[in-house]
Ligand binder design. Structure first.
Ligand SMILES: CC(C)(COP(=O)(O)OP(=O)(O)OC[C@H]1O[C@@H](n2cnc3c(N)ncnc32)[C@H](O)[C@@H]1OP(=O)(O)O)[C@@H](O)C(=O)NCCC(=O)NCCS
Length: 340
């Protein structure tokens, strides 16, 4: 008889072994998984890393950690899932698939309503995750007519100022100050080395990926943000600016650029559509009256979690024909500085 696979939670004492296992599978070019993802691979978070063992060795893993998405007046508890991997010798036995259902079960027990997954593959799709969210880019070219203004790399001394600018953002992942410090120290964003620049009234975080500069996070005074990104592009070359549904109007208008819609670099799934509908109630109060809201939420409840995710947060993929002016609801992108 074949023995039944058992999914366990990682003990903090085995963190090193888990990191070595993840390093062997993902082979990070810059540093190690432990260094690049210190929130996920921390002693405090170890119990949120699921493992499968064979002969007392880790042979499969799925990492989770929690954050709150702040969307104007609403907070949505979100679970990030990443570092999903199985040892080559143990693949196609259903380990990753089973771990995904286990992450969902645990996340629901912990009151998370939305899962954001690093990656897109058949396993996540069959699990019901989709590409959703409303994200945009504009491309900024160097403009040599503009003389360089004062901007520089941010240092530890700037963290408080930057945290306050970020705190004022209406759509973001909530970061305790300590986490903001950590993000800054790690210098790793969207799976690449990252640099934060600052001027008098704004900061912006940049990564270089596939021979292109990307500005993946910014906060502060909008005009100062525009100047900072333009100055960066003048010095370092063309730069893609990544925006969410809440900040794209202002930033693209300041640059006089039409934003282009892009897909989410990963997949996501609303885990509990009823709970999310409850959370939406207060938020929708400001936009529509009570009876309309009840009708809307009732018709939404007919959809499965995957379609619900696409309708509520928008999607670049085929979605049910259900349009309502309060949707899509903006979502922060976790491929910014939170992606550690
Ligand atoms: C992707 C990865 C995690 C999959 O792990 P796994 O444990 O082999 O996953 P599963 O066994 O659940 O599923 C793998 C395939 O086997 C199939 N399968 C699942 N159970 C099966 C079973 N009992 N018998 C036969 N096939 C099975 C699945 O349908 C899946 O098919 P697909 O590849 O066509 O989608 C693994 O290949 C890996 O570590 N890759 C490198 C790291 C990586 O890319 N991680 C994902 C980041 S996005």
């Amino acid at each position: 008889m074949t023995k039944k696979m058992q999914i366990k939670r990682l003990l903090p004492s085995r963190l090193k072994e888990a990191i070595e296992f993840a390093d062997r599978i993902f082979k990070p070019k810059d540093g190690s998984m432990g260094k690049n993802f210190p929130v996920l691979f921390s002693k405090e978070n170890a119990h949120n890393i699921l493992i499968v063992e064979e002969d007392e060795r880790i042979v499969a893993m799925a990492g989770m950690y929690y954050a709150y998405a702040q969307i104007f007046s609403m907070r949505v508890k979100t679970v990030f899932v990443g570092a999903v991997c199985t040892d080559e010798k143990y693949r196609s036995r259903g380990y990753a698939t089973s771990m995904m259902y286990e992450t969902e079960k645990i996340a629901l027990e912990n009151d998370a309503t939305l899962m954001m997954i690093h990656g897109d593959n058949g396993i996540y799709r069959r699990f019901g995750a989709v590409s959703a969210g409303t994200y945009f880019t504009i491309r900024i070219e160097p403009n040599q007519d503009i003389s360089m203004r004062d901007f520089r790399r941010a240092t530890d001394k700037d963290i408080k100022k930057m945290a306050i600018w970020y705190w004022r953002e209406p759509v973001k992942f909530v970061r305790p100050f300590s986490r903001f410090e950590l993000f800054h120290k790690v210098g790793h964003t969207w799976d690449a080395l990252a640099k934060t620049f600052i001027n008098d009234s704004a900061y912006a975080n940049f990564v270089r990926k596939e021979r292109m500069n990307h500005c993946v996070e910014f906060a502060g005074d909008p005009i100062a943000i525009k100047l900072l990104i333009q100055d960066f592009a003048n010095k370092y070359g063309p730069t893609m600016v990544h925006m969410n549904f809440a900040n794209k109007e202002c930033i693209s208008a300041l640059f006089s650029k039409t934003p282009r819609r892009r897909n989410f670099y990963g997949t996501m799934k609303v885990l509990d559509k009823f709970k999310l509908s409850e959370q939406l109630k207060d938020y929708l109060d400001e936009a529509i009256n009570k009876s309309e809201k009840e009708r809307l939420l009732k018709s939404l409840s007919r959809f499965n979690n995957s379609d619900f995710t696409k309708i509520v947060f928008g999607s670049t993929e085929e979605a049910p024909d259900f349009h309502y002016d309060v949707f899509p609801i903006p979502l922060p992108d976790y491929h910014g500085m939170d992606y550690i």
